[in-house]
Design a protein around this ligand. Sequence first.
Ligand SMILES: CCCCCC(=O)SCCNC(=O)CCNC(=O)[C@H](O)C(C)(C)COP(=O)(O)OP(=O)(O)OC[C@H]1O[C@@H](n2cnc3c(N)ncnc32)[C@H](O)[C@@H]1OP(=O)(O)O
Length: 424
Amino acid sequence: MKRAAMRLWTLNKGLLTHGRGLAYGSENKICKPLHIQEVRNKLREIVGVSTIWRDHVKAMEERKLLHNFLATSQKALPPRKMKDSYIEVLLPLGSDPDLRDKYLTVQNTVRFGRILEDLDSLGVLVCYMHNQNHSTKMSPLSIVTVLVDKIDMCKYSLSPEQDIKFTGHVSWVGKTSMEVKMKMFQMHSDDKFWPVLDATFVMVARDSENKGPAFVNPLVPENKEEEELITQGELNKSRRIAFSTTSLLKVAPNSEERNVIHELFLNTLDPKTISFQSRILPPKAVWMEDTKLKSLDICHPQERNIFNRIFGGFLMRKAYELAWATACSFGGSRPYVVTVDDIMFQKPVEVGSLLFLSSQVCFTQDNYIQVRVHSEVASLDSREHMTTNVFHFTFMSEKEVPLIFPKTYGVLQDYLALELVNDH
Ligand SMILES: CCCCCC(=O)SCCNC(=O)CCNC(=O)[C@H](O)C(C)(C)COP(=O)(O)OP(=O)(O)OC[C@H]1O[C@@H](n2cnc3c(N)ncnc32)[C@H](O)[C@@H]1OP(=O)(O)O
């Protein structure tokens, strides 16, 4: 079966490598890039959090006073340009060996999970830049990640010995939400930064206590390219809403999807019996449920974000690493991530929660493996589990991988969900 994901990925790869960047690229920016460690320090300053865990309740109490600085309508806020939120951040892996260990894999490449954490922090800082209010030192807004729309890699393997640079800016705003585009580059042997990754995140502004929605500054384009980005942002918003309402948990499979289900079912019926109960795997195939891996983490205060909930980047890193291990043990060779799709942060994760991750291969084709990770949390004193996120990762393996077949209706839905994800 042809899968849109693989086509999409190939298309994006071409665009990333040859496409033009925004008009105000790094060469036109006079400011020195921030060091990666300054990003989180800056965020702490903007939000005014305490670095001492036992003081976090007091620090949140102080943030209550910032309520007065929240706008009562979006119109009351001055419009901003894309360049107002544009920032550059340096991850100096080449010149700072102490930093390198944190990012190192055993195969001497860069840990992608760490990059996910950096992108998340950078995305939030970009949004604070957009909403900067010069009359207050601390921001009355609490900005959280609601969605990782897409991350596309145009280089699979990154060197842990060369500097990395990130850039990012707000590319669209709604009333309380903002789309952020980020890029990552790595220093090449020609002493130039080459593009390696393109990412789109959606962030949401909440009030100072992170309890209700808050308005964000409007965004005005300065040229045709920016107009196009804003138009695209509008289309993205409609697509995201349409996608969330066509979830297979809410809507029954359509006729095309029913045909897929039926074909998969027929392919796994034992021709020697006349029973629907008797199922066999075609040659070179694996049952989807046999690809599962699970993990459990205790969400310690160390992993908290500036709002004393669990940092979205940490959740992404844990999910990614489990997905990588799943793809590795399934494919039997080293997988490289090529795309990350639709990571939805449905609910915040409280410090002290138990984080249950379960991962399984949902689709394969040639060397490609798609893995879905489902995360649930439970508090220590309650047995009730709550879904907080669903993650989708596409890997490329060094060798061709087996086909996978769903056995039950529930698992078939995961297979079809991937089809929906990839068709957007
Ligand atoms: C180091 C610092 C890093 C900090 C970053 C983090 O770690 S954050 C930690 C990880 N993230 C989280 O914990 C967030 C968990 N999720 C939540 O708390 C909640 O889902 C939420 C507050 C984000 C959204 O809740 P609701 O959907 O009920 O809120 P509401 O309906 O008011 O929507 C708010 C805005 O989000 C938009 N929105 C909602 N869902 C969306 C989706 N799937 N795709 C795109 N946009 C979406 C809406 O259109 C609206 O924008 P408009 O008003 O423009 O129409």
